[in-house]
Design a protein around this ligand. Sequence first.
Ligand code: UT7
Length: 347
Amino acid sequence: MIRSRITGIGMYVPNNVVTNNDLTKYMDTSDEWIQERTGIKERRYADRTGETTTTMAVEAAKIAIERAGITPQDIDFIIFATLSPDYYFPGCGVLVQRAMKMKEIGALDIRNQCSGFVYALSVGDQFIRTGMYKNILVIGSEKHSFGLDFSTRGRNVAVIFGDGAGAVVLQPTEKEGQGILSTHLHSDGESAEILAMYNPGTHANHWGNYASFDEAEIGQMFMSHAMIDTAQNFPFMDGPSVFKKAVVKFPEVIMEALEANGLQPADINMLIPHQANLRIAQFVQQKLGLSDDQVYNNIQQYGNTTAASVPIALCEAWEKGKIREGDLVCLAAFGSGFTWASALLRW
Ligand code: UT7
């Protein structure tokens, strides 16, 4: 039986470290509030003009490809997850193909926000299992710092997010029990507007989520001055509602993965939860009865890097020797959409 396996992993975070105290220069917040509510101490911000979502992805991909023992020209498919693409369109996949001088391979962009990387991994897994591709590059990358409201108005969102990228190479394995055992994907669009960036978009207030909408002239509906003046071009989040749903769906989707494989929480060697909030990860750990060395968190250093958070945490845990061959690794994510997902891997 052919399964897919992660044979190379890499991460990249910008050099620029931004502490909680640094943020107090722009907004009414405090190190104490941020640490107490989220666990975050600092995050990285990309160079404003020198780095993009794609350039960070390329740095992570170079490492993943080298560790897999192949070259960029061997990659036969790219899957790129991000909510902060270089362009509204085309997606970042083609920019990676160009930057890494790859062959004229397929490039797919995934728009699933926090669960984007796990969704992307699941898609790659299917292509490997069917034998269609042999060397797939799966990326999660975000440059959040370019699109946050740094005034006090946006503080509930701005303090949480950070920049960075993670990448893996997926290849086939026929070794019994090794590789991605299963993936589990879910969505519930009822709460689509609870964590969203409404503009630019084509909705024209069709879903009625605005108190006021500027009926701009034709050609200006996509992005109008009024939208910018009223900060509608920044992400909106009803944090407490997201939190409440996350602490239910994380354990649920992890248990679903374990049950599908006849396993239980005690069998997990390493859980890599999406780094949304340390309090959410701690709640999930407690709910599943996992010990500290069964869960890896690094939100303290990087904040929430959305689609990049799972591959960054997975890479760091692996680099620190916390994941070894034969280990059972569980990846799980929940976020905007809502969408949530898990993957169970035998390393
Ligand atoms: O990865 C995507 C998925 N996202 C998540 O999973 C996020 C889930 N939600 C959360 O992590 C939490 O809801 C937050 C960390 C975003 C917020 O924490 P909270 O404990 O739910 O706070 P809150 O939104 O209920 O706000 C409490 C208070 C409010 O003030 P009042 O109304 O009580 O006076 C906020 O205005 O904290 C205030 N506040 C802040 N104060 C200082 C909100 N943001 C800040 C801030 N600094 N940055």
